[in-house]
Design a protein around this ligand. Structure first.
Ligand SMILES: Cc1cc2nc3c(=O)[nH]c(=O)nc-3n(C[C@H](O)[C@H](O)[C@H](O)COP(=O)(O)O)c2cc1C
Length: 321
């Protein structure tokens, strides 16, 4: 991981790469932490909790220690069954993890209607029952990542006394409600109200788009130590380094290209067939493409590429612009 000579040594903050399911898998995390400084750790995209009778190695492939050497990583579990959750945590502890996170924020209606992710937020009694069963049996410290509510930001306020009554390591709050998905503004008043009520340490996550936004949030929420950044740390992978006060990166295109090339080479080794490789890389380009202003037509060629040769040619043209 590149080290940053801290220009602001008194800046006592931690930056965490947010989990983006389908994007920030181990291959992505390895290349990202290899080329871009500033992040202190990553949270892995969720895995579903598993039936203790039938855990499969495949289920944990993103979390195997041998592919997660460089990066301090927190695994995340999605589920609402305490027995499965405890069993899954036990497997994670055996893999060497020191903390586990419970996903209470997933906004997708398919998930929410099964009362998982943000679908649990209107049901504080179910959350209390889950934590009451799970916490005494967990072998790892637990953090939770949640939104303000499913539809109503009052959910988190009703829930907070329950969260306060369990030994949580950290509460990550993304200040939107589930039905917003990722649309609309983050609700900073909602974050302030929830964190005032929370007796655990609170981490902030959502729309940290640039250094100015970070400075604004930091001055508004000076007690927050841990900041989680997802999409914006991929739209602009140099942002975490800037937040940490590191030197302005020179040769940014070269660094982006080296990152791209590592990712592309690794996906070609691991994924089966060019279509899968291109799907993954095209998804990555929907993020890193933002680092290439005024290149819409060239980026469209990447999105339209049907063969690896066409893909590579389109990518070369973007990098050589
Ligand atoms: C494609 C995608 C996948 C996501 N997957 C997860 C996930 O697996 N677990 C989770 O807690 N949040 C997930 N999120 C939410 C992000 O972790 C984060 O909370 C959200 O993007 C807001 O932060 P940002 O504005 O810094 O991106 C996902 C978001 C996106 C866009």
């Amino acid at each position: 991981m590149p080290t940053i000579p801290y220009a602001r040594p008194n800046l006592r903050i931690d930056l965490t790469l947010a989990p983006l399911h389908g994007v920030t898998n181990w291959i992505f995390r390895k290349a990202y932490f290899h080329h871009f400084p500033g992040m202190d750790k990553a949270m892995a995209p969720f895995i579903a909790s598993v039936n203790p009778a039938k855990p499969t190695a495949h289920h944990f492939k993103d979390l195997l220690p041998e592919v997660n050497q460089v990066i301090p990583l927190v695994p995340q579990i999605l589920g609402n069954d305490a027995t499965e959750f405890v069993a899954t945590t036990k497997i994670l502890a055996d893999l060497g993890y020191a903390e586990v996170n419970w996903n209470l924020g997933c906004p997708f209606s398919m998930v929410a209607k099964k009362r998982r992710g943000s679908g649990l937020l209107p049901f504080p009694d179910l959350i209390e029952g889950f934590l009451g069963q799970a916490c005494p049996r967990l072998c790892l410290p637990l953090s939770v990542k949640l939104r303000l509510g499913r539809k109503d930001p009052q959910d988190i306020l009703d829930l907070m006394p329950i969260l306060n009554s369990f030994p949580l390591k950290l509460v990550y709050i993304h200040p939107r409600v589930g039905t917003q998905m990722y649309r609309g503004e983050v609700d900073l008043d909602g974050f302030a109200a929830a964190s005032r009520l929370c007796s655990h340490e609170v981490a902030y996550n959502g729309d940290i788009k640039d250094l100015r936004t970070f400075e604004m949030l930091r001055s508004r929420f000076p007690t927050v130590r841990e900041w989680m950044i997802g999409r914006w740390a991929i739209f602009d992978p140099f942002l975490p380094g800037r937040i940490k006060g590191g030197p302005v990166a020179t040769g940014r295109r070269g660094i982006l290209q080296a990152f791209h090339d590592e990712l592309y080479a690794d996906y070609r080794k691991v994924l089966f067939g060019p279509a899968h490789v291109m799907d993954k890389m095209k998804e990555v380009w929907t993020f890193i493409g933002k680092s290439f202003p005024n290149c819409e037509q060239l980026l469209a060629r990447i999105a339209q590429a049907k063969t690896l040769v066409a893909y590579e040619r389109a990518v070369d043209r973007v990098f050589s612009r």
